[in-house]
Design a protein around this ligand. Structure first.
Ligand code: KDG
Length: 301
């Protein structure tokens, strides 16, 4: 039984201690919006499958090893000898502003194809198919893969979720709008930050989740709205917070919780992402979630 199937590009990620132009130390890990969501869901106890393509190289091995260690199923993921695993470089410029550099054009991850999605579906129909607006920006075949995932999900009765996740280094807002809007016809849950909403334009998606950053989030569904405040935590690193929110939101949805409770779990998971360095390293288990109820400065003994 698969709770969630997600697909996309996961890269080797270097996180520098200071400006890259000065050299110095950088930590190597992995990052990718969809695999961040997959790790978040797996830590909360859900059965998650990720499909994507990595190169036949050491960084590709790191990606697969990391996802396996996090209990994310990579059976449908492919290794290609034809391209290298992509890289993302995170350069912290201030405590809460990070600059991102990509080395991913023509990467293995951008070779994601319709067949990769079909192979994943053949392993089991997921309750939720989760995609992001990053993958369609990578290549024609990656766009076709996302379209196939949405279509197969719709045909099989899965809930289809799409996070706009606009990346201005990959395409323009106009290109994103032109590509993503036709996909929304078969989407059940649309997730966007306030500034990404114009990309989605007019649509009839029945459940729309809007992330307001430090101000929490709102879900609009069944002609009603539910909002919840974000938790106040000391910011260590905001990258991955949106993906963490999605993991919490979808986890609560899988558990059958009401819309307001979905937003609350999304905010709780996002709080852990913000309060710890890295995209996904600090994501909580179910037991960890209770820690947010403690007073700041507490030590649990
Ligand atoms: O949300 C964080 C992700 O965006 C990051 O891990 C990298 O997937 C990524 C991307 O393509 O920007």
């Amino acid at each position: 039984m698969t709770d969630v199937l997600t697909l996309g590009e996961t890269m080797g990620a270097f996180r520098a201690a200071g400006p890259f132009r000065l050299g110095g130390t950088a930590e190597l890990t992995v990052a990718g919006a969809e695999s961040n969501v997959a790790i978040g869901l797996a830590r909360l106890g859900h059965a998650v499958r990720w499909t994507g393509v990595t190169g036949a190289d050491e960084i590709g091995s790191l990606v697969r090893r990391t996802l396996l260690a996090e209990q994310v199923d990579v059976q449908a993921a492919r290794i290609t000898p034809d391209a290298s695993t992509g890289l993302i470089l995170f350069e912290p410029r201030t405590a809460d502003i990070t600059r991102v550099l990509y080395y991913r054009r023509g990467s293995a991850g951008s070779r994601l194809s319709v067949e990769d999605v079909r192979r994943a579906f053949d392993l089991g129909v997921p309750r939720i198919v989760h995609v992001t607006g990053i993958t369609p920006a990578l290549s024609e075949s990656a766009l076709a893969a996302v379209t196939e995932a949405i279509d197969l999900g719709r045909q099989a009765g899965s809930t289809v979720s799409l996070d706009v996740n606009f990346r201005s280094k990959l395409w323009t807002a106009a290109q994103a709008a032109e590509t993503l809007r036709p996909l929304l016809e078969n989407v059940d849950v649309l997730i966007a930050s306030d500034d990404e909403l114009p990309i989605a334009g007019d649509h009839e998606v029945p459940e729309v989740v809007v992330k307001h950053g430090a101000d929490g989030a709102t879900v609009h569904a069944q002609s009603r709205s539910w909002s919840a405040e974000a938790h106040r935590v000391t910011v260590a690193d905001t990258t991955g917070a949106g993906d963490a929110f999605v993991a919490g939101y979808l986890s609560a949805r899988l558990d059958g919780l009401e819309p307001g409770d979905r937003v609350r779990r999304g905010n709780a998971v996002a709080a852990f992402a913000v309060a710890t360095p890295g995209d996904w390293q600090g994501l909580p288990t179910r037991t960890d979630l209770e820690l947010l109820d403690l007073q700041a400065g507490s030590t649990v003994r």
